[in-house]
Ligand binder design. Structure first.
Ligand code: NDP
Ligand code: GDR
Length: 337
């Protein structure tokens, strides 16, 4: 059995990665969870009850802000692979909470790397760092392996710090550490405050009469959006190579927020222009205008290919959110009598 430890297991990517690993017969999956006043495990609940994960899936309380519990956890689990997906991952929020974001995203990664380095002296541990296309920031598109970084938010600066720490641990200590620079990836499990999910939820809820308007920020920016289920496969592939390296993971296509709105609302036979309002509070002090990734290396070395394109992704999300909206409507009708 291989043992994998995932930080951020309750998040979008953590849940897909845990599923992906548990689908393999030879993985035990351990997830780091934070204590909160209510349980926040909707994305992974099924794994505890699934026959596939039976006896091979467990959760442990810890926090990237607390170095001592990270060391203790690594000692207890003795993982073969560590996937560091935990983060305060919202770019807009990072302007409101720059120090907290830097602590969890930047120093949190360093705390985990230190714990991994100590364990790696006794047994080999492979480390994956969730780096981000946000690190490219204002660098002109398309962004590839030779594009210089120019981060534009506290989140992106913290991710860049973590990215370089990961590379330095590889070079200084010979750690098998990989940094995956992933462009935006989405799914029906995407958090509701990220733009794709906000749009697909709104299109579905407006269609079903549960919501009247959609309030948005900057509609001009462009993103290279892929499907999270495809992207976790790339994370795993990186740790299965002979040598550790860094890879860009992206679709190579870019679409504006206007195009996202158009597509999502078209799927429910509505015109987004009739429903969208603007609010300054969703605008960032500094924006990333265009992201479009060059994933040639991941395709060539890892043999990785995305299976879901932009149209397929938006359709998957809208269909999921329509189903949610219909259930909510039925529940409301039932309550009303
Ligand atoms: P989510 O926001 O969905 O999940 C973030 C996870 O991090 C949650 O499980 C959250 O736990 C956990 N977390 C937050 N703070 C801490 C902490 N202090 N200690 C331990 N865990 C913590 O993110 P995604 O799944 O979308 O992204 C996964 C990773 O990949 C993140 O690092 C993100 O920055 C990065 N990334 C994401 C991309 C994307 O497009 N999705 C693209 C590139 C990089 P809780 O549930 O308790 O809040
Ligand atoms: P991003 O994703 O910042 O790229 O970070 P997000 O979906 O938040 O924003 C994408 C673009 O949409 C514009 N936008 C809005 N965004 C949000 N959230 N809400 C709005 O109402 C809105 N209106 C317009 C934004 O200005 C931006 O240009 C995501 C996160 O998952 C990061 O953790 C990850 O590292 C990067 O993707 C790659």
């Amino acid at each position: 059995m291989k043992r994998a430890l995932i930080t951020g297991i309750t998040g979008q990517d953590g849940s897909y990665l845990a599923e992906f690993l548990l689908d393999k017969p030879d993985y035990e999956v351990h997830g780091l969870v934070r204590r909160s006043s209510t349980l926040n495990r909707q994305r992974i609940d099924h794994l505890s009850h699934d026959a596939t994960g039976a006896g091979r899936f467990s959760l442990h309380y810890a926090d990237l802000a607390d170095a001592s519990c990270l060391s203790a956890l690594l000692e207890e689990i003795q993982p073969d692979e560590v996937y560091n997906l935990g983060a305060q991952s919202h770019v807009r929020v990072s302007f409101d909470q720059p120090l907290y974001t830097a602590d969890v995203v930047g120093l949190g990664t360093l705390r985990l790397l230190e714990a991994v380095r100590v364990l790696n002296r006794r047994r080999p541990v492979r480390f994956y760092q969730a780096s981000s296309s946000e690190m490219f920031g204002s660098a002109p598109a398309p962004q590839g392996p030779d594009t210089p970084f120019h981060p534009r938010s506290p989140y992106a600066v913290a991710k860049l710090y973590a990215h370089w720490q990961t590379i330095n641990y590889r070079e200084a200590y010979g750690l098998f550490a990989c940094s995956g620079i992933l462009f935006n990836h989405e799914s029906p499990r995407r958090g509701e405050s990220f733009v794709t999910r906000k749009v697909t939820l709104a299109a579905a809820r407006i269609k079903e009469g549960l919501q009247k308007r959609l309030v948005m920020g900057n509609l001009e920016s462009k993103r290279d959006w892929g499907f999270a289920g495809d992207y976790v496969r790339a994370m795993w592939l990186m740790l299965q190579q002979e040598k550790p390296d860094d890879y860009i993971v992206a679709t190579g296509e870019t679409y504006s927020i206007h195009q996202l709105l158009e597509k999502a609302f078209q799927l429910v036979d509505l015109d987004y222009r009739d429903f969208v309002d603007f609010d300054e509070r969703y605008v960032r002090p500094s924006e990333v205008d265009v992201l479009q990734g060059d994933a040639t290396k991941a395709r060539q070395v890892l043999g990785w290919e995305p299976e879901v394109d932009f149209d397929g992704l938006v359709q998957m999300m809208v269909e999921h959110d329509l189903e949610l909206a219909r259930r909510e409507k039925h529940a409301l009708a039932f309550q009303a009598g």
